[in-house]
Design a protein around this ligand. Structure first.
Ligand code: GDP
Length: 444
């Protein structure tokens, strides 16, 4: 079973959380160690594993409890989300030329499945209604040209071949000319692979690339090579510039390292994956489905997602009620600021606000710091003080105590209290305006 070992390695992480009530800094230590080990055994590169484990740990400790969801299920969800992100998030589609033929140049080492992929890709695109042509450019392996001719026949796509005596760049030029004459939509060029990277191969590829001016340059890599695949993608990208990778032999005994490392290490997405020897066995690379396969816990994931949805809705309704009745208190204040923090770094949030494009890193740090200061002060409040901010407004002694316990100044505490009341007023005004049918500042 593909990723079988990785899946069972991760399972032992979830098992260590059985019986726990919440995720804490302490109780995630052991599970995180399992996750780290499982990823390393799957041949994910060490820096990637480090970053992954750190991100997941941070999120796990900060995550709020969701009613009815166990901590191990929450951790599964966090790991799943991060795996998807690690693999590039969204599926990365092929790009097509606006006019003239789309040219796809395939590169890769020998034996990775490049020739097979050429024909598979032609069939894949043909099924999308595009006419294709293959160019046989592997001049060092005469059998490769025959092989492509046979596969081309099999998928019913013309193959342009001129033997092994002509330089690849010249074959490319002629092939492209032919394709333009025939008005084909997509040209796919197979190139020579070597057992390992050498300068002649790179130079040849550069020549071919210059001649073709391709829309896509895809490096074909073998999933069985694990993190080595990611290193190859990086090297080829630096040397010739590529647009993405095709990962082959995912049906085999692949441990997962390649699928998990390529994007993170090279910055280039995996666009397609080969999952078998048949011509039909080529498909887009879906990070979310891949994560699902690795975890093998589709039902847990959808359960946690639903629970999150429900909670978000209840929270929103709750908050709205509070605002309407001017009961907005420090608990809500904290919830809000934490929600913002959870959405990612402040920088991302600020970046999403129109007109805030030019926020400087210093301003971002400032904003993050002031969030931390607020949290520190709210954390030392008693439950009554949080629920009834009036207590603080009326009592300098309470404010003084909070200042002392949080290590902030009395002035900072007063500011926080003032801010909360300002927020109440502003929200009340906004609600009133909305009920009256006009929202100030929203252009109606
Ligand atoms: P090239 O040297 O890169 O052109 O590699 P080939 O296209 O000749 O493929 C090498 C071998 O890998 C052949 O036996 C293919 O059938 C096999 N192969 C290619 N892609 C896949 C795949 O996705 N899954 C499996 N199981 N085998 C594959």
């Amino acid at each position: 079973e593909m990723f079988g070992q990785l899946t069972s390695g991760l399972e032992s992480a979830w098992n260590k959380l059985k019986g726990e009530e919440v995720l804490t800094k302490e109780n995630i230590v052991e599970p995180m160690r399992d996750i780290r080990r499982a990823l390393l055994e799957a041949d994910v590169s060490l820096p990637v594993v480090r970053r992954f484990v750190q991100t997941v740990s941070e999120q796990a400790v900060g995550v709020g409890v969701i009613r009815g969801v166990r901590p191990d299920q929450q951790l599964v969800k966090i790991v799943s989300d991060e795996l998807v992100k690690l693999m590039g998030g969204e599926v990365s589609e092929l790009t097509f030329a606006k006019s003239g033929p789309t040219v796809i140049l395939l590169a890769g080492l020998q034996g990775v499945g490049k020739t097979t992929v050429s024909a598979k890709l032609a069939l894949y695109l043909k099924k999308q209604g595009k006419s294709c042509m293959l160019i046989a450019g592997d001049v060092y392996r005469p059998a490769a040209i025959d092989q492509l001719a046979i596969l081309g026949k099999q998928v019913d796509v013309p193959v342009y071949a001129v033997g092994t005596e002509v330089k690849p760049a010249e074959i490319a030029r002629q092939g492209l000319q032919e394709a333009k004459k025939k008005n084909v939509d997509v040209v796919i060029m197979d190139t020579a692979g070597r057992l390992q990277i050498d300068k002649t191969m790179m130079d040849e590829l550069k020549d071919v690339k210059r001649t073709l001016n391709p829309t896509e340059v895809l490096l074909v890599v073998d999933a069985m090579t694990g993190q080595e695949a990611a290193a190859l993608v990086t090297t080829f990208n630096l040397e010739i510039g590529i647009t993405g990778a095709i990962l082959t032999k995912l049906d085999g005994d692949s441990r997962g390292g390649a699928a998990l490392s390529v994007k993170e290490v090279s910055g280039k997405p995996i666009k397609l994956v080969g999952r078998g020897e048949r011509m039909e066995d080529l498909e887009p690379f879906y990070p979310d489905r891949m994560a699902g396969r690795i975890l093998g816990m589709g039902d847990v994931l959808s359960f946690v997602e639903k629970a999150q949805e429900v909670m978000k809705q209840e929270d929103a309704e709750d908050l709205q009620k509070k605002i309407m009745s001017a009961k907005f208190d420090f608990n809500d204040f904290l919830k809000q600021t934490r929600a913002v923090a959870r959405m990612g770094s402040m920088s991302r949030v600020l970046g999403m606000i129109p007109g805030m494009g030019k926020v400087t890193p210093a301003q971002i740090r400032e904003a993050e710091k002031s969030l931390q200061i607020m949290e520190a002060m709210i954390e030392v409040m008693t439950p009554e003080e949080r629920e009834q901010p009036e207590l603080l407004a009326e009592s300098p002694a309470r404010r003084k105590r909070i200042a002392q316990e949080s290590g902030k100044t009395e002035q900072q505490v007063s500011q926080l209290v003032a801010q909360l009341f300002q927020m109440r007023v502003r929200m009340k005004n906004l609600m009133g305006a909305m009920e009256g049918g006009s929202v100030p500042g929203l252009g109606n």
